[in-house]
Design a protein around this ligand. Structure first.
Ligand SMILES: [Mg+2]
Length: 394
């Protein structure tokens, strides 16, 4: 069969089918098939809302089947602008996974890794960090030791348990004491970011940032919820700790507000939530113009991680990559359970290397994915409550 570039212009490849597979622990894979036998994979999911995301993917299918998968820019605009209502986690995550699969197809069709299509490498290796501890702080020092021996020197942990809008000093002291112990145990041999997970309101965030300051965390993430993003600039005036956020922002149109307002030192768009590789590339470029660093969010599976890495390897301002190998959410399932090329995901001395295979570089274990999708759990995030019975942020 003739499949050269000129043939492709006259007789473009066509998308034939979209199939979704919800799998443990809380992920979903998308397979996009074409009439030329080239398949692309994506990872569209809103953790805890996978059924809604799956429905959204299939609502996009009629706009995609029969179309040329090489026209990613146009298909993205069709999905985004073609609907009167747009944005938000569900639609943007559905677009994200489809966009990833289209880049995978394009890379495979042209025989090159996706980063080559995006202009090529800006670095030889990418720094990754590891989560430590569970939802509730405990045994963090033991976990850091274990991971430090495996070559990691950068970590992230939750900053506190649930915290009320005006909580007590004992809770603040307990949270700070834990951080102080970690800094004392490891000195400057490690760095760590602290994720507030939006659990802390503005009054307590000011106190916590002030108390954390002497222990010099690498960054504080979601010091307040993304829907309170107007506070980031004000909080940044109170602290020298770099502030990070972005996992709950879904497009360049949301990010433009925080870039304009200032306050964030690091943005963390998620290529599985914020419109895919295409959109996150634009967000990364906007960030660079504002001298803001990039650290893509990724507590998800292997396709999402690969999408992040392709972005990191072409973005000069990418500083850190999150990854979920061994994260506390996974519980018995690991990202690499779903791939046939775990050797391409090796983390050495805290770094990952560029993928060398065409497309996203992930060889999916489709038989295992199909089998695992038969017993997908209906994962929901925990519902936490304050001592007085009111709902707390998880
Ligand atoms: Mg976070």
């Amino acid at each position: 069969m003739l499949t050269g570039p000129s043939h492709r212009i006259r007789c473009p490849m066509k998308i034939t089918k979209l199939s979704t597979f919800r799998v443990a622990p809380r992920w979903m894979f998308l397979k996009v098939e074409t009439d030329e036998g080239i398949d692309g994979w994506g990872e569209p999911v809103v953790e805890g809302k996978s059924l809604s995301t799956e429905a959204a993917v299939h609502e996009f299918a009629p706009y995609l089947v029969g179309q040329d998968p090489m026209r990613i820019n146009d298909l993205w605009q069709v999905m985004y602008r073609g609907g009167f209502y747009r944005g938000g986690p569900t639609l943007m995550s559905a677009i994200a996974g489809i966009d990833q699969a289209l880049w995978d197809i394009k890379g495979k069709a042209l025989g090159v890794p996706v980063y080559q299509l995006l202009g090529g490498l800006v670095r030889d290796k990418m720094k990754v960090y590891s989560w430590v501890g569970g939802d509730r702080p405990s045994d963090v020092i033991r976990d850091i030791k274990r991971l430090h021996e495996r070559g990691f020197d950068t970590f992230k942990m939750n900053g506190s348990v649930e915290m009320g809008p005006l909580d007590n000093s004992a809770k603040v002291d307990a949270a700070i004491a834990r951080i102080a112990e970690i800094r004392e145990a490891f000195g400057n041999t490690i760095e760590f970011g602290i994720d507030f997970h939006g659990r802390i309101g503005l009054p307590m965030a000011k106190t916590m940032l002030r108390e954390l300051e002497p222990h010099r965390p690498l960054f504080v993430e979601e010091p307040v919820l993304a829907e309170q993003d107007e506070h980031y600039a004000r909080l940044a005036q109170h602290t020298s700790i770099p502030l990070a956020a972005g996992e709950r922002m879904y497009s360049r149109f949301e990010f433009k507000r925080v870039f304009e307002a200032g306050g964030l030192a690091i943005v963390q768009p998620d290529p599985s939530h914020a419109g895919g590789i295409s959109e996150c590339l634009k967000i990364a470029a906007m960030a660079e113009a504002y001298d803001v660093a990039l650290a893509p969010h990724c507590p998800l599976g292997p396709v999402a991680l690969a999408a992040c890495l392709h972005l990191d390897f072409v973005s000069h301002n990418a500083v850190l990559q999150e990854q979920s190998i061994g994260i506390h959410y996974n519980q018995g399932v690991e990202p690499l359970d779903y791939v046939l090329n775990p050797e391409d995901f090796v983390i050495q001395d805290g770094y990952m290397l560029p993928f060398t295979k065409p497309g996203l570089g992930v060889v999916m274990n489709e038989a295992h994915i199909r089998e695992a999708s038969l017993r997908a759990p209906d994962w929901r995030n925990p519902l936490w409550r304050h001592e007085d019975g009111s709902v707390a942020e998880w």
